[in-house]
Ligand binder design. Structure first.
Ligand code: ADP
Ligand code: MG
Length: 322
């Protein structure tokens, strides 16, 4: 791969969890109902993702590892007008450039699939294979040709934690999809299809917590907020279990964190934070689009309304348990 490709790849893929995120988003965009993730050495040696989605046409398989090839949109004007998780056609190209990639896929109308082997961005082998409908992506030896990246990887437990968290974030937004995470052949996370978010939260955080979960929906103008929050007895010493979604896309938001602190300031002991899952639904024009999509951040055009509605939703949800 050219230097420019390696640099660009480094921006999107900074660690194994970033690969997992991109591969899972592709599987979800392909309407997969079952997604299996297998790891070796916390993803440093192997990340394998198998899905039962719609697959990739054999003639398209060599194309999907090229930069800016996407089947999803033609005008990437607005991140939040887009109904798929990916749209820039960069992820697979980036991953292919910095790993040994094995890609296999079969679409429903073909009796067999096709596979390619790609090393450092170059296709080395290409052949037809028998396989179930869907897609299999194997990423081996991530960063093998970018030693600096390799050096900055953290210890296995840390990288594994990031991967686990990536799956939880996507799992909460797609509760009907089955996610299975295996590391060195041990099951780390099994999330069978759930009927609703409470069931999904139960799978991840335990039945006891799920049974005490409070929920509330509030709206004002065009802003709709659905809030699921566990009561004080399940509070945590960190903000780690506060999850925010805007139009079903997970975001990092110091602003929303702040809204939660402010709301709970008077009613909860200092230093206690809730397990909380918040879905904010609003029209695309209510969000600032000048934020880089991979940073997973948004800016609200009317933060005061979001603040007000979220504050009310949290207080109302906790209502009787205050
Ligand atoms: P993007 O997701 O932004 O389109 P990617 O590089 O992640 O770009 O993927 C490129 C293309 O490869 C996608 O647009 C899609 O057509 C195809 N693709 C990738 N992964 C899958 C998958 N798991 N199932 C079906 N198609 C896939
Ligand atoms: Mg993608």
């Amino acid at each position: 791969p050219s230097l420019i490709n390696l640099i660009a790849a480094g921006e999107v893929i900074e660690r194994p969890a970033a690969v997992v995120k991109e591969l899972l988003e592709n599987a979800l965009d392909a309407q997969a109902q079952h997604i299996k993730i297998q790891l070796k050495k916390a993803g440093k040696a192997l990340i394998k993702v198998e899905d039962n989605g719609m697959g990739i046409l054999p003639e398209d398989l060599p194309l999907v590892i090229q930069r800016y090839t996407t089947s999803k949109i033609s005008e990437p004007e607005d991140l939040f007008h887009i109904h798929t998780l990916g749209f820039r056609g960069e992820a697979l190209a980036s991953i292919a450039g910095i790993s040994k990639l094995h890609l296999a896929s079969r679409v429903p109308n073909y009796p067999w699939g096709k596979e390619i082997l790609v090393i450092g961005g170059e296709i080395k082998e290409e052949r037809e294979i028998g396989m179930p409908i869907g897609t299999m992506v194997e990423v081996k030896d991530l960063f093998f040709n970018t030693p600096v990246r390799l050096k900055f990887l953290k210890k296995d437990a840390t990288e594994l934690g990031h991967i686990y968290e990536t799956i939880v974030r996507l799992g909460l937004a797609h509760s009907q999809v089955h996610f299975l995470l295996k590391s060195e052949n041990r099951i780390l996370l099994n999330l069978p299809p759930a009927n609703n978010l409470v069931e999904r939260i139960s799978q991840i955080f335990g039945l006891k917590l799920a049974q005490k979960l409070k929920q509330r929906e509030e709206e004002k103008n065009d802003i709709k907020i659905k809030c699921f929050i566990a009561p004080l007895e399940f509070s945590r010493p960190t903000t780690r279990d506060m999850y925010f979604y805007v139009n079903n896309r997970w975001i990092r938001s110091p602003f929303l964190n702040q809204v939660v602190y402010k709301t709970l300031e008077d009613i909860w002991p200092k230093g206690r934070y809730p397990l909380l899952v918040v879905f904010i639904q609003l029209p695309p024009e209510e969000i600032d689009v000048n934020v880089h999509p991979t940073k997973q951040e948004v800016r609200f055009k009317e933060p005061y309304i979001v603040q007000e509605v979220l504050g009310i939703a949290i207080k109302q949800a906790l209502g009787e348990s205050l």
